[in-house]
Structures are given as C-alpha cells and as structure tokens.
Write a protein that binds this ligand. Structure first.
Ligand code: FES
Ligand SMILES: [Fe+2]
Length: 364
C-alpha cells in the first residue's frame, strides 16, 4: 500500500487524500495500524468500585471487536483482562457483577481475579499443564483521574498521553464528579470516524455552523495547542459569558476559559466545562458509520446548561449534519485533497500527521 505524506509545514501541506475516508481497504488497514496500537476509553473506576466486581466490555466493536474484562482484584487493583477462556475460547464473564473467582461456564475452568489459571476439571493427564498460557492475558490499562483507558499493543506510554491533562487541570475538583447515566447520549453518524475527528479539531466552523455556541465563545481568542499524541483547544468566553474561576496560580487564570477540549489520538475526547467533564468516545463502526457517545460526569449541576458546556445536543446535531455532508463529498471523483488554514487548522493538520505516521508504520 502507498505511504501517506502530510508535509510538516502547514503552509505548504495538503490534507489527507479523500480515499482515507471512503475506501473500505483504508479503513481496514487502520484497525491494526492505528486502533490496536493506541489508547481508548474503557469506562470509569466506578464500574468496578469494590474487589471482586467485574465489568465485561468489547473494545472497539465494529473494528477490533476485542472481548475484555475490567476487574478489581483482591489487592484492590483494577486490571483489564482478556475475557476469552484459555481452554476453547468462550467468553468467561457474560455480564457485570461480583465474583470471588472467574469461572468459565462451558467446562468449569477457574481463574483468580488477577487472571491467573486456578483450576480445571478432567485435566489430570494433560502434559505441561497448567502453563502461563492458561492464564487470561492482561491488557495495558491506564487512567486519568477516574477515567480508564486500555490499549492492546500501545505505541506510547499512557503517562505521556495524559500528562498534558494532569499538568493543566490538576486543580479541578475531579473527586466530586458523579456520572450522570440518564444524561448520557449516543449518536450514530453516517460518516467516517476521521471526518468526525477533523471537525472536532477546529473551531474554524463555529461561526458558520454553531450560531448559539458562537454567541458565547470569543472566536478571536480560541486557541489550539499541539501535544505529541493529542490536541488541546481552549474555548474562551465572551465578556459576561460563563467561564472557569481558576486560582491566581493557574496558568489560565487571566483567560476566562469556557471549555478545555482535550483530544487524545485517536478516539477519545475529554471536554472539561465549569459543570464537569463530558467524555466523548468515538467508535468507528464501518468506513462510513461512526458511533459517538457523550458521557457526562458532573461536579456542579447548577452550571449545567450554561455557556459553551450547555446545549451540547444541539451542537452535536449541527456537527453531524456537516460531517455527513463531507462524507458525501469525499466520494466525489472531482475532489482529492485540500489545503489548511495555518491560523485555524493546526489541530486538523496534526491529526492528519499522526494518522499518516501510524498508517505508514504498518507498511514499513
Ligand atoms: S471454554 Fe472455558 S472451560 Fe472450556
Ligand atoms: Fe462543531
């Protein structure tokens, strides 16, 4: 397959070729080269709050389709294990609950909560058994505050990925967050996942697409900061509009920040508002279908419907409409690549560079 080149100089660079967003082979190539090698949101610590609590889930349904298990072991440590029995491969844990051991219901193999093989009936004559291969494989797990991220074969340490969040937001009251389950939303967008990310990574379209959001954010002050494996955008409040009250020692104290939009390559967004955190999880379902989950974690309900953090459903539907129109456009025979605005599309350029870097890696 070809290599993708995105010039590091945004002034001369061209955007990704359109087939990245529309060709099923390109999409398929991203499963191992991008999704398997990066960190993805897996849930929050409250899903497994006491030792023995288990929470099975599928990592990246539609692409990786990897059955995994979050478990808090007897040592009070959260782990992520393969949820596939090492005997004949059925799923070990079928639903969330509490357990002293993990027992496969097919033929009764047992594992301890840290994934180690414990016992198995009718295997007395089996040679070289058990071996470490009979343990449930453990998957890399990392966290930022209560948010858990997992990776199958990570190309970078989680500490590096979340370092900018830790450095920037350390003073905010994360221990007061509570998950608003009824407030969670899911959207299915008829567009490639990377088009959704492209759109997320620029505030350029805000005055054109989001009339209500444009009334509360100062377009001239909107800021983008690039990180090795992420992008931070800062929405700055217009005069009189709601913003964080940050302590004098905070580097953004003088800026009237209305929203921190943190994106972690490739699929995770932490949007931090004066009311709390909206975790957005992007799940690619097919080359032209993407699920987006909005998971609200609240520390101050009274600020919920204000400023840049209010009316999120309306903003999302406005974004969906434009992103779906782009999907129809990138199939055109008459369009291939575009150019970047150096002042407004540094985040999009950075994402394209990362996507090209990861996709090229698989071919090198
Ligand atoms: S598949 Fe699990 S015990 Fe046989
Ligand atoms: Fe938008």
């Amino acid at each position: 397959m070809e290599r993708f080149e995105i010039d590091p100089d945004i002034h001369v660079a061209q955007t990704l070729p359109a087939r990245i967003y529309s060709d099923p082979d390109m999409f398929r190539a991203q499963w191992e080269s991008v999704f398997a090698r990066t960190w993805h949101y897996a849930g929050h610590a409250g899903l497994v709050s006491v030792p023995g609590q288990v929470h099975p889930f599928v990592l990246m349904p539609g692409t990786l389709n990897e059955p995994l298990l979050l478990v808090r072991d007897t040592g009070d440590r959260i782990r992520c294990l393969s949820n596939v029995c090492t005997h004949r491969g059925t799923l070990v844990v079928e639903g969330p609950g509490h357990a002293q051991q993990l027992r496969c219901r097919y033929h009764g193999r047992r594992f301890t909560l840290d994934g180690r093989f414990h016992s198995m009936p009718e295997f007395e004559g089996t040679a070289n058994f058990p071996s470490p291969k009979d343990d449930l494989p453990e998957v890399a797990l990392g966290s930022w505050e209560r948010f858990l991220l997992v990776a199958l074969a990570p190309a970078m340490p989680i500490a590096d990925v979340v370092a900018p969040l830790r450095a920037r937001l350390g003073q905010l009251p994360f221990s007061a967050l509570s998950f608003d389950q009824p407030g969670a939303r899911e959207y299915v967008v008829s567009a490639n996942w990377a088009l959704y990310i492209d759109n997320y990574l620029e505030g350029f379209h805000i005055p054109y697409v989001h009339a209500s959001l444009a009334q509360t954010l100062d377009y001239g002050e909107y800021a983008v900061e690039l990180q090795r494996h992420g992008v931070l955008q800062l929405g700055i409040a217009k005069a009189g509009e709601p913003a964080f009250a940050l302590p004098p020692a905070h580097r953004d104290h003088a800026r009237r920040v209305a929203a921190y939009y943190f994106w972690l390559f490739p699929t995770t967004m932490f949007n931090v508002y004066p009311w709390g955190v909206s975790v957005n999880v992007v799940t690619p379902l097919a080359v032209d279908r993407t699920r987006v989950s909005f998971l609200p974690f609240v520390w101050d309900e009274t600020k919920r419907e204000q400023g840049a953090g209010g009316a999120l459903d309306r903003v999302e539907r406005e974004d969906e409409a434009v992103v779906e129109a782009v999907q129809r456009g990138v199939r055109s025979r008459l369009y291939d690549r575009g150019r970047y605005s150096p002042t407004r599309e540094a985040g999009v350029h950075h994402f394209h560079r990362l996507l090209a870097e990861f996709m090229n890696h698989s071919m090198s």
